[in-house]
Design a protein around this ligand. Structure first.
Ligand SMILES: *Cc1c(COP(=O)(O)O)cnc(C)c1O
Length: 432
C-alpha cells in the first residue's frame, strides 16, 4: 500500500521563510516547483538513491542533484576521501597534485580532450569555451540549438523556439542585444537548418555548440547521422564543433556522448559528474586550441577557487568508482527497465506519451511524439505532467519538477527501487 498523505508542514514553514530571504525562496529557479505547481519539499539529507525531507519523509530520487550523483548520494568512499582531504585544508589557490590526477583521468577518458582547464560550474565552462572558440577562429557568431542549455551566460540566453529566437533577442531582461546578436539558433536534429546558417554567414561562424544528447528540454536523443553531419559541416565551413557534455559527460558513457556515438568534437565542456557533488566544471579539447588559454596563451580566464582540493577529490573518487567493470551495463539495465516501464504503464492507462533513455539518463513526455526537437517537446501536456509529478511526490518518488528536464539514475538505484517506482507510477497514472 502506498502512502498518499505525506505531511510536509516543516517543508512549508521553511520554504515560506525562504521566500522572504531569497528571490523565489531558492538559489536556482527550477527548484521552486513553479512549473509543476505545489510547494517544493525541503531536504534534510541524501544517501544512495534516497532523499529525506525535513518532515522525515523518504523519497526515491531521480534528480540526483541534477546529475552529479551518479554513484548515489554521499557514497561512503567519496565521503571518506573528502574527510581525508579536508584535514589538509579547503583551498590552496595554487597548484596541487590532485589537479594533475583529475586532469589525467579526464584526458584519458574523453576522446576530444588533450588538455583541460578546471572551473567551478558548467556555466563557467561554457563561458570559457565560447571565448576560446571565438579567439581561435577569429570569428564571432555561434550556432546553438533551440531548447539546449549552456548555462546562464548572456550569449547563450537566446529564447528557444519562438520567432524572437531567430532575431537573436535576449531571453532575459538585462541581457544586452549585442550579447546575443551573434548567437544563431537552429532546431535540434535539423542539419539543413544548420547548413543554411553556415551558407548565410560564410566565414563568420566560430562554431556549433550543443548538448549531444539533450537533457535540458526533456530527454531528446540525436537522430542517426545528426552528430556526424555536424562534424562534417563544421569541417566544411572551417568552424569548431563543441559538445557541451556538462550533463552527458561520464553519464552517457565513461567517455561521454562522444565515446558513445563515436563523433569527436574539437572542444568539450564538463561539469556535474566530474565534481562528484562539489562545484566543478571543466573545458578541454585539442591541444592547439587549449594552448591559447592564459597563461599559456592570450585568452583570459581565471578563478579563485578553481581546481580546489575538495572538488578535485570528490571528482577523482567518483570517476574511480565509475571505472569499476559493469557500472555502465548496470546503469543501462535499470534505467531501461524504468523508462520502458513508464512508457508501458502510460500506454496501458491510456495516456499519450513518448520517451526514452540512454545509459543513466531518461525522459517521459506526455505527448504521442515522436520528439526530435524542442518544438516537438513543447506539444507535451505540461498540466498533466504537473499532476503526475505531484502524485509521484506524494507517494515517495522525487522527479525533476519540470516536463523539460531529463531524469537521472545512479548505480545506487536497485531493481526494487525501480519496481517500487513503477508500482507508484501505475497508481498515479491510473488516477490522472
Ligand atoms: C547544467 C548544465 C549547464 C550549467 O551548469 P551549471 O553548473 O549549472 O552552471 C550547462 N550545460 C549543460 C548541458 C547543463 O546540463
Amino acid at each position: 500500500m502506498v502512502n498518499t498523505t505525506i505531511k510536509t508542514t516543516k517543508s512549508q514553514e521553511v520554504f515560506a521563510a525562504a521566500q522572504n530571504l531569497m528571490p523565489g525562496g531558492v538559489s536556482s529557479p527550477v527548484r521552486a516547483f513553479k512549473s509543476v505547481g505545489g510547494q517544493p519539499i525541503v531536504f534534510d539529507r541524501v544517501k544512495g538513491a534516497y532523499i529525506w525531507d525535513v518532515d522525515g519523509n523518504k523519497y526515491i530520487d531521480y534528480v540526483g542533484t541534477w546529475g552529479p550523483a551518479i554513484c548515489g548520494h554521499a557514497h561512503p568512499e567519496v565521503i571518506a576521501a573528502l574527510h581525508e582531504a579536508l584535514e589538509k585544508g579547503t583551498s590552496f589557490g595554487a597548484p596541487s597534485v590532485l589537479e594533475n590526477v583529475l586532469a589525467e583521468m579526464v584526458i584519458d577518458a574523453v576522446p576530444s580532450i588533450e588538455m583541460v582547464r578546471f572551473v567551478n560550474s558548467g556555466t563557467e565552462a561554457c563561458m570559457g569555451v565560447l571565448r576560446l572558440m571565438r579567439a581561435f577562429t577569429n570569428r564571432e557568431k555561434i550556432i546553438k540549438f533551440e531548447g539546449c542549455y549552456h548555462g546562464h551566460a548572456d550569449a547563450f540566453l537566446v529564447k528557444a523556439g519562438s520567432g524572437v529566437a531567430t532575431l537573436g533577442l535576449p531571453d532575459s531582461p538585462g541581457v544586452p542585444k549585442l550579447a546575443t546578436s551573434t548567437t544563431l539558433t537552429a532546431p535540434f536534429n535539423d542539419l539543413e537548418a544548420v547548413k543554411a546558417l553556415f551558407e548565410e554567414n560564410r566565414d563568420e561562424i566560430a562554431g556549433v555548440i550543443l548538448e549531444p544528447v539533450v537533457g535540458n528540454a526533456g530527454f531528446i536523443a540525436p537522430d542517426a547521422g545528426f552528430l556526424e553531419g555536424l562534424r562534417e559541416l563544421t569541417h566544411e565551413y572551417g568552424a569548431l564543433l563543441v559538445f557541451d557534455e556538462v550533463m552527458t559527460g561520464f553519464r552517457i558513457a565513461y567517455g561521454g556522448a562522444q565515446e558513445k556515438f563515436g563523433v569527436t568534437p574539437d572542444l568539450t565542456t564538463l561539469g556535474k559528474v566530474i565534481g562528484g557533488g562539489l562545484p566543478v566544471g571543466a573545458y578541454g579539447g585539442r591541444r592547439d586550441i587549449m594552448s591559447m588559454v592564459a597563461p599559456a596563451g592570450p585568452v583570459y580566464q581565471a578563478g579563485t577557487l578553481s581546481g580546489n582540493p575538495l572538488a578535485m577529490t570528490a571528482g577523482i573518487k567518483t570517476l574511480e568508482l565509475l571505472q569499476k567493470p559493469g557500472t555502465y551495463e548496470s546503469l543501462e539495465r535499470i534505467t531501461k527497465k524504468l523508462a520502458d516501464g513508464l512508457l508501458q504503464i502510460a500506454k496501458e492507462t491510456g495516456h499519450a506519451a513518448c520517451g526514452g533513455q540512454i545509459s543513466a539518463m531518461f525522459g517521459l513526455f506526455f505527448t504521442a511524439g515522436p520528439v526530435h526537437n524542442y518544438e516537438d517537446a513543447k506539444k507535451s501536456d505540461t498540466a498533466k505532467f504537473g499532476r503526475f509529478h505531484r502524485g509521484m511526490l506524494e507517494r515517495g518518488v522525487y522527479l525533476a519538477p519540470s516536463q523539460f528536464e531529463a531524469g537521472f539514475t545512479s548505480f545506487a538505484h536497485t531493481e526494487e527501487d525501480i519496481e517500487q517506482t513503477l508500482t507508484v507510477a501505475r497508481d498515479v497514472m491510473s488516477s490522472l
